[in-house]
Design a protein around this ligand. Structure first.
Ligand code: GRF
Length: 201
């Protein structure tokens, strides 16, 4: 059984999708060991409590990055988290944090990386005028929205879209993609060659 630590800051719909997949047996070899929010008022905190999960609030406001990260990593270790899932965690990780979980941190980003990293990716994509966008689940390295790609899902941009409707359709795919990506990495049997996640067999 693989222990997951979930880090989030807000709504938590990706966290809920992962928890639903685990409960439905779609990620058979994982459990959520701990959910950590850096935002005391994140709606996902209540959701996680209602699901009977261990939830911790470790406020980041005003703290130097690495000091906060040390508290988060201590909590992850205390709950024996083996994998870290960033699920709308609106805070950059320090290099130190990344080094504590080498190639064991996943992030989901609402664009087809390397296009449109950073904030408001769906709006960036819409305003750029791309005809296809989507989402990316990737391993986290020391650069923003940058590590090796595990999985991407494409979403067409429709003539009738605005940035909100596009974001909503991308979000539907995010919820599917995160669980699929977890199944890929938890199964193992791959190595990272350059930027590529490559099957060993
Ligand atoms: C998602 O769009 C995710 O891709 C991005 O932040 C948003 C979080 O949404 N990293 P939620 O909190 O999972 O609902």
């Amino acid at each position: 059984m693989h222990n997951l630590g979930i880090l989030l800051s807000g709504r938590g719909s990706n966290f809920i999708a992962i928890a639903d997949s685990i409960d439905a047996g779609r990620i058979p070899n994982a459990r959520i060991a701990v959910v950590i929010s850096n935002q005391p008022d994140a709606p996902a905190i209540e959701t996680a409590k209602q699901r009977g999960l261990t939830v911790l609030v470790i406020p980041s406001k005003g703290l130097p990055r690495e000091e906060h990260d040390r508290a988060v990593v201590a909590a992850l270790n205390e709950h024996a988290a083996e994998w870290v899932c960033l699920a709308g965690y609106m805070r950059l990780l320090s290099p130190w944090f990344v080094q504590q979980f080498p190639q064991r941190i996943l992030n989901i980003h609402p664009s087809l990386l390397p296009a449109f990293p950073g904030l408001d990716a769906q709006k960036q994509a819409f305003e750029y005028g791309v005809r296809v966008s989507g989402c990316t689940v990737h391993l986290v390295d020391e650069q923003l929205d940058h590590g090796a790609i595990v999985l991407q899902k494409a979403v067409p941009v429709l003539d009738s879209d605005d940035d909100h409707s596009l974001a909503a359709r991308i979000l539907e795919q995010e919820h599917i993609a995160y669980s699929e990506a977890l199944n890929i990495v938890l199964k193992g049997g791959y190595e990272i060659v350059g930027r590529r996640l490559q099957r060993k067999d």
